[in-house]
Design a binder for this molecule. Structure first.
Ligand SMILES: Nc1ncnc2c1ncn2[C@@H]1O[C@H](COP(=O)(O)OP(=O)(O)OP(=O)(O)O)[C@@H](O)[C@H]1O
Ligand SMILES: [Mg+2]
Length: 283
């Protein structure tokens, strides 16, 4: 069964989709079999993978809303070792429905049980990209995850959003008796020379451990909660605009910015260590 990593932050624009995209490409490049679930009705991840019309998947075998009917939704192949379950607007309706246990639907789909095989069994790593709220899809992402990865920007506003996100994780763990670990926090769009960013980072490094200590049933994958920051670079938006991975964009057009690729490689190495995935290509 693949390790399931949910990227959550209820604040918009935190870097969930960009990081999910970069990490999924990097794991696939290294030979891990990767599945990405776009669990955000906005469909940013689906678009980052080059699909501009989300409606093209509605009522097909790839329609993610099928998981709410217990159907075997088929992933779309993106490239070698890389599959996507694309999003569409129907996901919003499912999230708002009165369906019993809607927060556990993705967990059941990925992990299986009751005589059904889980989709995660066919992969080494599964990334879930979640929406910017604390609703059923975000809680569903948390409930399906073995590990929670929390990207965050470093303004004061973002730091308050981060505490809210952590409370949602804690609440979900208690409500659904989840067995998950916090994989880490990733500062995104970091400006090393900006005082606000450094002040917020320092303050988060103090307050987050305090919150976690008060809820000692929440496991952490490492004592060092923060992973390497991803610096503020326009290349991220440019790569997104071209619908190509950050690595492909930099290797083709921005060779001077190879440090971005290095950061993604370092974060990937650290995730492999923290999740105890086998090192190197698994195939
Ligand atoms: N390191 C970075 N430096 C500068 N811009 C970045 C960086 N990472 C991401 N961005 C840009 O920030 C914007 C928001 O990023 P992204 O869509 O990944 O966030 P998100 O958390 O998924 O947002 P949402 O909550 O809307 O789903 C995008 O335009 C993206 O290109
Ligand atoms: Mg997003």
């Amino acid at each position: 069964m693949g390790k399931i990593i949910g990227l959550v932050n209820q604040k918009g624009g935190a870097g969930k989709s960009s990081l999910t995209n970069a990490l999924s490409h990097e794991f696939a490049r290294r030979g891990y079999r990767v599945l990405v679930v776009d669990y955000d009705p906005q469909g940013t991840q689906t678009m980052l993978f080059g699909f501009n019309r989300l409606s093209e998947f509605v009522d097909t075998e790839h329609d993610i809303t099928g998981i709410f009917e217990g159907k075997d939704v088929k992933p779309v192949n993106i490239g070698e070792n890389l599959d996507l379950i694309p999003s569409n607007q129907g996901l919003r309706e499912e999230a708002e429905s009165g369906r019993m246990g809607k927060e556990l639907v993705l967990a059941n789909f990925l992990k299986g049980g009751f005589g059904k095989k889980g989709m995660a069994e066919d992969y080494d790593v599964v990334f879930i990209d979640s929406p910017a709220d604390s609703g059923a899809l975000t809680v569903g992402t948390i409930a399906a995850s073995d590990y929670i990865l929390i990207p965050t920007r470093l303004t004061f506003v973002d730091s308050t959003g981060l505490v809210g996100t952590l409370q949602t994780v804690i609440q979900a763990v208690m409500t659904f008796r989840l067995d998950l670990s916090i994989l880490g926090f990733i500062p995104v769009a970091y400006k090393p020379r900006l005082k606000e960013h450094n002040d917020v980072l320092a303050s988060l490094k103090q307050t987050i451990p305090q919150i976690l200590e008060r809820h000692d049933f929440i496991k952490v994958a490492s004592k060092e909660l923060f992973l390497e920051p991803v610096k503020d670079r326009i290349a991220w938006a440019e790569a997104a605009g071209k619908r190509i991975s950050i690595r492909e964009y930099i290797e083709k057009e921005k060779k001077a910015q190879r440090d971005i690729i290095l950061t993604i490689e370092n974060i990937t190495d650290e995730i492999i260590r923290r999740t105890m995935l086998p090192e190197g290509a698994v195939v």
